[in-house]
Design a protein around this ligand. Sequence first.
Ligand SMILES: [Zn+2]
Ligand SMILES: [Zn+2]
Length: 342
Amino acid sequence: MNSMNAAVVHSFTDDLVVEELPIPAPGPFEALVKVQFSGVCHTDLHAAHGDWPVKPTLPFVPGHEGVGTVVEIGDQVTRLAVGDTVGNAWLWSACGECEYCQTGWETLCPDQVNGGYSVNGSFGTHMLVDSRYAPIIPEHVDLSAVGPILCAGVTVYKGLKVTDTQPGQWVLISGIGGLGHIAVQYAVAMGRRVVAIDVDDSKLELAEQHGAEVTVNAATVDNPAAEILERTGGGVHGALVTAVNAHAFPQAVASLRRGGTVSLVGLPPEEFPLDIFTTVLFGLTIRGSIVGTRKDMAEALDFYVRGLIHPTYTVRTLPEINDIFTEMGKGDINGRVVLDLN
Ligand SMILES: [Zn+2]
Ligand SMILES: [Zn+2]
């Protein structure tokens, strides 16, 4: 059998087409993986619509939360063997030589290759991975649930790390969707005290179930930031903004304690105003954070393996991909969707 099934983007305005493609042969450092499950990320929708300034080359197969089994390895592969369980990720590979790669910031490498974007991804029965970058999935984990860790999990874990908060300190998780509900769990597992903010009570209930001590509904509370300052005795030490609503950004900044840091991982298309006076006088830090390095990935997976992270997800099939994208575009998806490619 030399062909595989995949969901292919042929144009940024039409539906994806599920079709047969030749199974690719692994080049140097690459491994061919029989995909079992793949999470569906909001970034895949942006990729399929060509929403971002640097667009993928058509046609392409999206997906960067795939997990499966190595079935063939290319030349010079030493880190993986046939039979290993591995994933692909947004950080599919990097140059390994630039100043960012040299200093452990391969996520900032200008020559990085992105899974399901600049190289075919995991919305298919087979995919290639770079053996030097592919996350190795530990044994005895539920492969249907691990996909969301490979993007959502590592993104929020790294985003929380760069809030520079300590155990026992408050962090605000803004937006309790696909990223945020996982962020609450990482924050709790990392010993942070969690404030969750959203506009939907059912999402705030989910945050509470995962250990959030304070929840604030931004749609019904008059001044959410004032409420947070009061209930945390002066504000949160750090904030992670996963929301794709531009109002969430100034709200998170206003909820910070003096000296606090807000870390941004959501990508709304708007800009947001920053009150320079407060930022300067209160010594605030505002920073962006993009996915995580290979080391961050291994750590994020470790929390999952220890049973500390439980993504909310539903399992669906590849032919449903266009329906899934439509629902995602409308914000109708609770947690994550995982494609079963078995
Ligand atoms: Zn993603
Ligand atoms: Zn580099």
